[in-house]
Write a protein that binds this ligand. Structure first.
Ligand SMILES: Nc1ncnc2c1ncn2[C@@H]1O[C@H](COP(=O)(O)OP(=O)(O)OP(=O)(O)O)[C@@H](O)[C@H]1O
Ligand SMILES: [Mg+2]
Length: 301
């Protein structure tokens, strides 16, 4: 098959591993810098141009679209969909996953376990906002945060109020969330491909740290999932409409709770922690599913 990886950087671990997995399985593969693609969106015959030429017809594209290029990246992916090219993660699903509020609302309507979460722009009653998610301690998150930055634990209602007021003063969008203490500073990353969990790892925060992010000094190890955890991860991927994603779970007294669904999950941490060939599993999925016009939305948006 002829496969294109949409990625800004061919030297990233995940991009390199996906390319390797394609070649190992006898496929042709091109790495395409998403931002360098351009197109005539009014043309009756949709195409994507790159370095002065029309790109060839691919059997599948693998979008690896970073958060900072979501807007343009999803437009490029959509153009491929309009051409009938199989896109592993459809542009609409990527857009959904990039909006934290939209994602939580979609998961909630499917009855998937979530930490009690409130969101607000200019709440007229901050005390009630805190009370509404069960009271202190609460976790306050900046909507634009990543790698654990902008995620704060407020032990008391007073502290929570001050932090919320401070964020509001900076005009930041925030989430206020029930603190799942029993997770013990750990979370579970499940890699879901084609409706199956193909790998899972437990990330444990450094001593005295409630955030498990590897960037914050956390460590990762293989973990065995319970049936319920597996089912939750699969249901979350389905609710978002993603064929390939990372689902982050917290282990709570009330069962697994989804924190986030990531549509461009990094492969380095999970492959190194589990020793599994996750890149190979994605190519295998493409081999089985990449048919012309097989995407559900095909650019409908
Ligand atoms: N409600 C919560 N209860 C307990 N621990 C939490 C809660 N929310 C977050 N954490 C811990 O904090 C870490 C960081 O939170 P989160 O993943 O929401 O933000 P982020 O990593 O900065 O954002 P993103 O995952 O979107 O890049 C989580 O991995 C988890 O260990
Ligand atoms: Mg996270």
């Amino acid at each position: 098959m002829k496969i294109a990886i949409l990625s800004r950087n061919e030297n990233l671990y995940s991009t390199k591993r996906l390319k390797e997995a394609c070649l190992l399985r006898g496929h042709e593969v091109d790495i395409i810098d998403t931002l360098h693609c351009y197109m005539d969106i009014t043309s009756a015959r949709p195409a994507v141009r790159y370095h002065g030429k029309e790109l060839p017809k691919y059997d599948a594209i693998i979008p690896r679209i970073g958060a900072s290029v979501t807007f343009y990246g999803t437009a490029v992916a959509r153009q491929f969909e309009m051409m009938g090219t199989f896109n592993v993660n459809e542009s609409v699903a990527i857009s959904r996953s990039r909006d934290k509020l939209r994602s939580l609302q979609l998961l909630s309507r499917k009855g998937i376990g979530l930490p009690r979460t409130g969101f607000a722009s200019k709440p007229d009653n901050i005390k009630d906002l805190i009370k509404n998610v069960g009271g202190a301690p609460v976790v306050i998150k900046l909507l634009e945060g990543t790698q654990g930055i902008g995620v704060v634990l407020a032990d008391t209602a007073k502290a929570a109020e001050s932090i919320i007021e401070a964020f509001m003063g900076l005009k930041a969008n925030i989430l206020v969330q029930e603190f799942i203490k029993e997770a013990g500073g750990a979370d579970i990353r499940c890699l879901v491909i084609g409706g199956r969990v193909v790998a899972a790892m437990k990330r444990q925060g450094a001593e005295g740290e409630f955030r498990s992010n590897l960037h914050r000094g956390g460590s990762a190890e293989v973990v065995r999932l319970s049936k319920e955890e597996r089912a939750t991860a699969i249901a979350a991927a389905k609710a978002m409409g993603l064929n390939c994603c990372g689902v982050d779970l917290l282990r709570s007294h009330n069962g697994p709770m989804v924190m986030e669904v990531n549509s461009s999950p990094g492969l380095e941490g999970i492959e190194k922690a589990t020793g599994l060939d996750v890149a190979g599993k994605l190519i295998e999925f493409i081999e089985k599913n990449a048919k012309e016009n097989a995407n559900k939305t095909r650019g409908k948006g």
